[in-house]
Design a protein around this ligand. Sequence first.
Ligand code: NDP
Ligand code: HEM
Length: 497
Amino acid sequence: MSDRPTMTTTAGAPVPDNQNTMTAGPRGGVMLQDYQLIEKLAHQNRERIPERVVHAKGWGAFGTLKITGDISKFTKAKCLQPGAETPMLARFSTVAGEMGAADHERDVRGFALKFYTQEGNWDLVGNNTPVFFVRDPYKFPDFIHTQKRHPKTNLRSATAMWDFWSLSPESLHQVTILMSDRGLPVDPMHMNGYGSHTYSFWNDAGERYWVKFHFKTEQGHKHFTNEEGEALIGKTREGYQEALFGGIERGEFPRWKVQVQVMNEAEAETTSYNPFDLTKVWPHSEFPPIDIGTMELNRNAENYFAEIEQAAFSPSNIVPGISYSPDKMLQARVFSYADAHRYRLGTHYENIPVNQPKCPVHHYHRDGQMNTYGGIRTGNPDAYYEPNSVNGPFEDASAKEPPLAIEGDMGRFNHRDGNDDYGQPRALFNLFDAGQRARLFSNIAAAMGGVPGEIVERQLAHFKLVHPDYEAGVRAALEHMHGYKADTISAQPTAAE
Ligand code: NDP
Ligand code: HEM
C-alpha cells in the first residue's frame, strides 16, 4: 500500500484513473459521462481572473513594520505606537504593462502595503514617487487610456501620452521623475516608497494633523539606464521577481526607513501650495521628515496566485487614528479600489486568506457568491440586522474621527486655477547634476519618437517654463536622436479648456 494520499474528485471521491480519458473503444469518441475530463477542462478555463486594470505586473512579499519613534501625540493608531510590531504584505508593480510585461520597463512603480493591525487592516497604496500625473480624479481614466494600447493599432502610443501630458501641465513634476534616473529602478529593493497623498492622523484628544508617509530604501537607490534595461529584458523579463524572491530566499531581507511629515490644520491654511494637491510635495525644509521606524520584508509567499495576485489593497482601509484628507484623488480612490476588487476577486474578497484581517471581524453583510464564512459574520445567528436586542455586534464611538469643517459652494472648480505647475519640477531639476540632466533629456527624447511636432513643441514650451536648460536639453537630444527640427508652429504652453 502506497503512503501517497489518494487523489480525489473535488467532491472527495477517489479518482480511479488520471491518465486515460473514457472512450468508446481505444480509438474513441469520448464519453460525455467522463465528468472528470469535463471538470478538468472547465477548471482550466477558469484559472485566470481579470488582471488589475492598472498595476497588473507585480511582485510581493511579507514582512514586519516596527515602530521605534514616538508620534503618539499625533495619532492613536495602535500600530504606530512606540514598540509596535505589525505583520504586513508589500506588493510592488509597474503601472501600464499587462501581467506578462517585462519588469525592466521605464514606468512608475507601485508600492502597495497592507498592515494587518490589531484594529483592522490598514492599506497604504502608494508609488515610488511622491507625486502623481493628475490632480483631479476625473482625468484618471483618460490618463490611463494614454498609457494603455491604442484601440486600433493595439500598440502603445507615444503620441497619445505626450498629447495628454502637454495638455496637462500638472503632469510635469511626475513626468520629470519618471524620465529621470528614478524612473527605472534595478529592482523593488533599491527604490523609495511614498504614500504620496496627504492623509490624516488624529489623536485621543480629537486633534487632527495632516501627514505624508515616506519609505526610504536602506539598500540605496540603484537605477538602470534605458540601454541597460533593454539589454536585460533581452535576457530576462522577470528580473524583479528573481531579485526580490531570490533575495528573500537567500535571507537577504530588504528594509526601508519609515518617515512621516506632519502639518497641523492651521499650517494647511498658510502654505503657498494646496497641501492636498497630489502633484506637489511638502518641501523637507518646511516639514522635516520624522523617523518613526523600519519596514522589513522577510518572507516569500507560498503561492503567488493565492497571496500576491489575490491581494486586494485599498486606500479605503484605514484604522482609528489614521484617515483620509480632502485630496480629490484620494477621495476617488477610496471608492475605486474596493469596487475593482468586487469585480476582479468577488464580493467576499476580504475573506480570501491574504486579505483577511488578523483581528476579530463582525459585520452584518450577508450571503452572496462565495460566502465561505458561514452566512453571517456577527457570531450570533439571530443578530442578522442592526439595531437588535440580541446583543449583536455594536458600533464603537471611540473609532469616530474628529469632525472636519468644510465650506464652499458645490460646483466643478477648475483644478488648474491658481496652481504653479512649474516651481516644484524646477526644484527637482535644480537637484540634478549634469549627468542626471543629460540622461533626463535623452530619456525624454527617446520616449518622444514619432510624436508630431505640434505636440513636441507644446511640451517643450512647458519644459522651458520649468527651466530654459530643460527645454534646450530636450530639444538638443531630439535633434541628435531623431533629427528633429523645430516646427514652424510656435506653440504656446496650453492646458486643455
Ligand atoms: P530637499 O532638497 O529637501 O529634498 C530633496 C529630496 O529630493 C531628497 O530628499 C530626495 O528625496 C529627493 N531627490 C534627491 N535626488 C533626487 C533625484 N535624482 N530624483 C528624484 N528625487 C530626488 O528639497 P524639497 O523638499 O524642496 O524637494 C525638492 C524637490 O525634490 C521636489 O520638488 C521634489 O521634486 C523632490 N522630492 C521631494 C520630496 C519631498 O517629500 N519633499 C520627496 C522626493 C522628491 P528622498 O529623500 O525621498 O529620496
Ligand atoms: C491599482 C484606480 C491613483 C497606486 C489600482 C487599481 C485601480 C486603481 C482600479 C486596480 C486595483 C485592483 O484591481 O486590485 C486608481 C484611481 C486613481 C488611482 C481611480 C485616481 C483617481 C493612484 C495613485 C497611486 C496609485 C495616486 C499612488 C500614489 C496604485 C497601486 C496599485 C493600484 C500601487 C496596485 C495595488 C496592488 O499592488 O494590488 N488603481 N488609482 N493609484 N494603484 Fe491606483
